[in-house]
Design a protein around this ligand. Sequence first.
Ligand SMILES: O=C(O)c1cc(C(=O)O)c2c(n1)C(=O)C(=O)c1cc(C(=O)O)[nH]c1-2
Ligand SMILES: [Ca+2]
Length: 551
Amino acid sequence: AGPLDSYAPVTQERLEKPEDANWLQYRRTYDSWGYSPLSQVNAGNVKDMVPVWSFSTGVNEGHQSPPVVNNGVMFITTPQAQVIALDAKTGDLLWRYKRELPEDLTQLHPTNRGVALLGDKVYVGTVDAFIVALDAKTGKVVWEQPVEDYQAGYYITMAPLAAKGKVMVGMSGGEFGIRGFLAAYDAETGEPAWKTSTIPGPGEPGHETWAGETWKTGGAPVWITGSYDPATGLSYWGTGNAAPWMADQRAGDNKWANSVVAIDVETGKMKSAHQYHWNEAWDWDEVAAPILVDVQRDGRTYKSLVHAGRNGYLWTLERSGDEIKFIDAKPFVRQNVFKSLDPKTGRPTYDETKVPGTGKRADFCPSLWGGKDWPPVAYNPQTRLMYIPANENLCGYLEGRQTEYEPGQLYIGVAISDIGMTVHPGADHIGELQAWNLDTGEKVWTQKFEKSQNWGPVLTTGGGLVFMGGTNDRYFRAFDAKTGDKLWETRTNSGVTGVPVSYEVDGVQYVAVQSGWGVDAQRKQEKLAQLGYATLDVPQGGVVWVYALRK
Ligand SMILES: O=C(O)c1cc(C(=O)O)c2c(n1)C(=O)C(=O)c1cc(C(=O)O)[nH]c1-2
Ligand SMILES: [Ca+2]
């Protein structure tokens, strides 16, 4: 008998209060902490961790999904939206779902970031813009729904979010001039429940921040799983770049691109929003979900949203009732675009020489991949530190050209040859793992990675550890959560851009992660190689790695 025989349905209660042994959703908990309370593996013994099993997916490109684990059953996804169920203890293959993709599908971002679980079903979004519900026991399709038209540049890379009987997904396509949105489906039947655009339509507040018809093709995609606050029923999602990239082709603030939006899970109503930076010009998608954490400031506790931005600033906002209020923000990497922030609203003022435009080259820091891209931060309630996978010392340039919208065609307004990246003169490293105290707003420690960028999602545990890969040398590492000291490292087949997790089966704690370099980690690596900074060739190929203490 395998673990599927006694598959435990995933209830709302379990999602809100998961057993320590399990990792039931993208960041494990709705607050997006990426924290496992398990402590069998700790700072004292992590040096004795060894691989206990591995599994080749047989797929190339970016393997980014967390191994989601429910009572000994593991679900991973691969590029092309395959879903694979494995015995989390032995590595036995239980079932595999393979999707037939349309032949004319072009994939700008060939990846998938994982499943959501609810009841006895497993949910996945697909690159041809479907949402699919599978039977957790068999991998058979229970229902599927087209969410939008892939031929118009819509696609899904994120793991869905499941809450209150609904399963929610957001749309990628910011580089294709989509009009971004979130959509919810009845988890049981697949009936569409609601659809909410991230760009306000005529008559909605914020519509006036788009010149003319630009709102129809303005981007503002959502491509990373949001956070959810069960106390208020609100979900919080980050939104991506406005389209085309050239800001002077869409005058106005362009709400709600590059923002966090609060969406009522029941109704889909947008209750509030905060725009990190207006009239975006640098492809700084702010899609990473804010973590929900109570921070202390000046003797008060704030229910906050904390977001380490692609724009290079660490943002602390207050989520209070139906409002999102600015608390503070400060750069966590070299940033030369914002001259100042309004102390009340957080609205930045720009150095105009750093804003690219149509026929106007501008150089700016950080690079278009930002202080960090999508890889999630982690927060540890024991250290009260937040861990940021950052990239320092990178800048970039863009020069725009006039562009016409055509459905399904790239709509960025920049020739590929006019997209540049530069390394800051004299830089001795790029990749960093930073630890921040959110109560004092101070950085506590930094680990630096020479000769590599960092594209590593972060896990932190009750054993006082931080786990992360992300470097071009194919290592996966553990650090002391308090001090940042490197305690353990192990070499993998490829580069690790997968989300690491921890779980327990039969009294043994495991740490699991997918290795499988691709997508923008690879593009960025190639740019760095052209610059002569880091010439390593990182091989592709997806493998799930599972580690435990040596017996
Ligand atoms: O605007 C968009 O819709 C969109 C989508 C995606 C995606 O879905 O993966 C990426 C980006 N933008 C993007 O700007 C970006 O840097 C990026 C990196 C990656 C990746 O998988 O490594 N995806 C995406
Ligand atoms: Ca983008």
